[in-house]
Design a protein around this ligand. Sequence first.
Ligand code: RIB
Ligand code: NA
Length: 309
Amino acid sequence: EAFDVVVVGSCMTDLVSQAPRLPKAGETIHGHRFFIGFGGKGANQCIQAARMGVKTTMICKVGKDFFGDNYIQNFKDNDVHTEFVRQTSEAATGAASITVNDAGENAIVIVAGANMLLGKDELQEVLPAIRRAKVLVCQLEINSQTSFQALQMARENKVKTIFNPAPAIPDLDSGFYKVSDVFCCNESEAELLTGSPVSNVDEAHGAAQELLQRGCGAVIITLGPQGCVVLTAKASTATHVPAPVVTPVDTTGAGDSFIGALAFYMARHPAMPLEEMAGRANRVAALSVGAAGTQTSFPFRRDLPDELF
Ligand code: RIB
Ligand code: NA
């Protein structure tokens, strides 16, 4: 079976509290709403791509527990192929404790659990699926060696790669840049990776140049309400691609919605300029910001205007 988009990445159960603001160290505050949802950057990205209408499969590991069983059902409900979803009794399904404030901003602690046990052996088993994919997407919520190997396998088989170095680590192995066709991060990740502030469009242009020099095919730095900056190896300067203005309700997973949409365009319209793909992905992600939750806020094809397809 051939898949358009293969995601090798994480699944987390999101435990979300909405509160007026984020608590300080040692502080207890009252929140006004709690809910449990499906999250994890890898799964989020996969589900956004699937909802836009490409054939997707998820390569991941969950626990042999209630949350893991539920997660597999969630993939099925979203038309994500689950043959390569593994369950382990050695660790619990990954979990994320998320606090969202009234401005729609969040703070997140993840306990990756079973995600960390996805390794070489599983990747070998799925090589045939990776080889036939159009696009492979990885993040850093699983063992980083596993992400790196998956990206390498894709590269060796001329499969386009999107790498989202999230959550970012300052000393990211330089090999990751060389196996990324598109290296896509947000402003705080760009700051950590470059060691310079990235708080506006100008600074993002500079950071994109610096990251591109490390060997990737293209760099996208997402900037929340300001959209993103796109720099490809053939262009000499970065392009700022603005996003639609929205009133934020919950920005959790907006970056994942963006990357899922980007994967969709790379699979479906490989010849489209990256700046155009980014502009469309901005519009998809903007919709996700207007509703609470992570995957619950991701639009389906039917929610999106025809001109985006
Ligand atoms: O990017 C948002 C995601 O980060 C959440 O769904 C949470 O699970 C964490 O992984
Ligand atoms: Na949202």
